[in-house]
Design a protein around this ligand. Structure first.
Ligand code: FE2
Ligand code: FE2
Length: 374
């Protein structure tokens, strides 16, 4: 009986690396049928995920011309979609199956729902995506612990992130790494365009340079959120980062409520930014507003989203100052260390300038640096 390769994913959106990975697995393992299994994701507000049907259609389009089936088993099952539960049903349906996953997923195999069951259902093919070199070591561990059968593909692939592609699309950019047909459908159907009116409005409040900075902060924040599994909601990160400097070049108070001691100082724009994000962009989520409100000064006891926006704003790609490569290196390795290093650098710089430091920044410094809180 013919073998079938099973490949699951959110496909939000599907990208060229998904295609390359599946093709490599089929070639190397001599498999001629591919079944794509789009993940069921609960309906979501905000930047939201595309509906299941749209993601399924995009997935099929990405593999145009291949022998591919898109299976909606996860939609049928609703929320109950662990591999250990879905794979037996797929095996029953398709017979001899191989389950393709990314090398980075194998790293966390222990944390999967009932890994010992998954190991018994079917062989697993793993691709050492993104230059992940320890796949062999990981595979050996999974084999000896669970008795799984693992194929390590020669194809190593490159690191492409769906959420970064999605971010670029939402920002009105045209990302590379999208299959041509997928991009066509996205453009034809106007997918990922929900923030275009907001972008236009923001652009009217900012110079080209500041607008580019706003977009760079969005990308940096999304990147940190993914890279470090910070588990912040995509839409909230997107909005807080995009709007963080919305008031920077329109300092009029307009009767809005801001701290008196901030008026006439560089930190005014964070307080005013929160108020104007509410008034002009309809943001009601207090967590997003607070991330805007403290993005310049920081403060003691920040939320995850606040830290993320603060750090992304300081380390965005458009910024160039002496220690930034080092700060980025630290933050790329360990987000919390990067946040603290950024706070310390900023505080020291303000101190050396000999001007006053806003009280919230002093409190943040004492809390995170002097007292070493997290
Ligand atoms: Fe700012
Ligand atoms: Fe900024």
């Amino acid at each position: 009986m013919a073998r079938t390769l099973i490949f699951g994913g959110a496909f939000d959106p599907p990208h060229c690396e998904h295609v390359a990975m599946c093709k490599a697995a089929m070639r190397e393992l001599n498999i001629d049928r591919l079944v794509l299994v789009p993940t069921y994701l609960p309906p979501h507000k905000g930047a939201g995920t595309l509906p299941f049907e749209t993601r399924a259609r995009l997935a099929a389009a990405a593999f145009e011309g291949e022998n591919v089936v898109v299976d909606d088993i996860e939609l049928e099952r609703g929320g109950d979609n662990y591999s250990a539960l879905v794979l037996p049903a797929l095996k029953q349906k398709y017979g001899d199956i191989v389950y393709l996953i990314g090398g980075d997923s194998l790293q966390y195999f222990d944390r999967w729902y009932h890994p010992e069951q998954i190991a018994k259902i079917c062989p697993i093919a793993v691709c050492s995506r993104g230059g992940y070199t320890d796949v062999q070591k990981c595979a050996d561990e999974v084999v000896s612990k669970y008795g799984a059968q693992i194929y390590i593909l020669k194809y190593s692939g490159k690191d492409v992130s769906s959420s970064m592609l999605k971010t670029e699309l939402l920002l009105g950019e045209e990302p590379s790494d999208l299959p041509g047909r997928v991009l066509e459908i996205i453009e034809q159907d106007g997918l990922f365009e929900q923030y275009f009116p907001m972008l236009e409005k923001l652009r009217s409040f900012q110079t080209e340079e500041l607008f580019a900075h706003s977009k760079a902060v969005v990308k940096r924040a999304i990147d940190f959120n993914n890279k470090h599994n910070l588990a912040q909601d995509f839409g909230r990160v997107f909005l807080a980062a995009l709007l963080h400097d919305n008031a920077k070049q329109r300092p009029s108070l307009d009767g809005l409520n801001v701290p008196k001691d901030a008026i006439g100082t560089p930190v005014l724009h964070q307080f005013l930014g929160a108020e104007k994000a509410r008034r002009d962009f309809g943001i009601e989520d207090e967590g997003i507003l607070d991330a805007i409100r403290y993005h310049t000064t920081a403060k003691a006891g920040m939320t995850g989203l606040e830290k993320l926006i603060y750090t992304a704003d300081s380390l965005s790609d458009d910024r160039m100052y002496a220690p930034i490569p080092e700060l980025r290196r630290v933050a790329d390795e360990d987000f919390d260390k990067g946040f603290k290093a950024t706070l310390k650098f900023t505080y020291d710089k303000l101190l050396s300038k000999g001007k006053g430091i806003y009280p919230l920044t002093v409190q943040a410094y004492e809390y995170y640096i002097t007292n070493g809180q997290n």
